[in-house]
Ligand binder design. Sequence first.
Ligand code: OSB
Ligand code: MG
Length: 374
Amino acid sequence: MLHIRRIELREIRLPLREPFRISSGVMADRRILLLELVDGDGVAAWAECVADELPNYSPETVDTARLALRDWLAPRVLGRAFAAPADVWPVLDRDIRGHRMAKAAIEMGAWALEAERTGRPLAALLGGTRDRIEVGISLGIQPTPAALVERAAAALAQGYRKIKLKIQPGADVDYVAAVREALGPAAPLMADANNAYTLDDADHLRRLDAFGLVMLEQPLEHEDLRRHAELQRRLQTPLCLDESITSLARAQDMIALEAGRIINIKPGRVGGFLPSRQIHDLCAAHGIPVWCGGMLESGIGRAHNVALASLPGFTIPGDVSPSARYWDRDIVAPEWTMAADGTMAVPLGRAGIGVTVDRDRIDDLTVHAESLRP
Ligand code: OSB
Ligand code: MG
């Protein structure tokens, strides 16, 4: 039995090596919520909540997640025994709307605790089948096409297997054209608009069809599947949905409406590993490729993403880049690294999340800590 005796909640501050700009905002000095779940025998496992400081990607924030975790979610699992980690999600979700990132932090922590407790790698517990995953990089919006070309060329030289270019009105077609021109026709490029367009921009977005993008991610409003379907009918480039896919039902709707042809699965966005696996299985049954997205996670959230990305349906390189792409120094050892061939090892030789959490460093970075008990 999985028994969650206490949850240590921390907020740390971890500065990105450089600010990351997307159409809906900039991230720089990250505030990150970390959870440590501890069972009755003192076995512990870490998880990360991917909510950011401002509600520009999802309605959740660090502060709403902390409130939800402390007042509504942790009380549901503390002191309670679960036969399996898959039983945690329904307990967290029943009659609590939304707050999926907060739910996911506990749910994913429960899977990690089960892995730790039973001496198995998290990836194996989740049903992973790969020992290496393919790595992509997401490049923030740059001041000029030339600056983006420089970064994209460096990423290609480093071996990244997919290069995602963040776009927004005024920094789109010219930027993508410049990168395609510089990197050549074979470079695996895609674009991500984070909701920055409307259907009125369809003719403009159709110009992206000339550049052979692997996909265009989330061009339209986050709750709008119908208009994505309309746009997909007018574009050759496959659409991939990110913000729009908040649940298994939304993934089913995307497929039924033909609102996209690819899904970016972020476990935090959908509520954890159980919904992620359900979406993964649904997509596999419909021939829809999936890949693991990223939320600029520390080494802890990254460990969870690496484990998920080892499942068989994750056939497109994920936004699961090595630690050094984000941080001067990560909070885990060893740090996450990428080989020259653009792959990352899944740590199958170790139980749990596969890396050691650097407690001293976390103590140094902590701005808030509280202990949640039954
Ligand atoms: O849309 O995928 C996104 C980061 C923060 C918020 C939204 C997104 C992103 C990224 C970064 O693209 C991916 C990464 O973690 O490297
Ligand atoms: Mg995205």
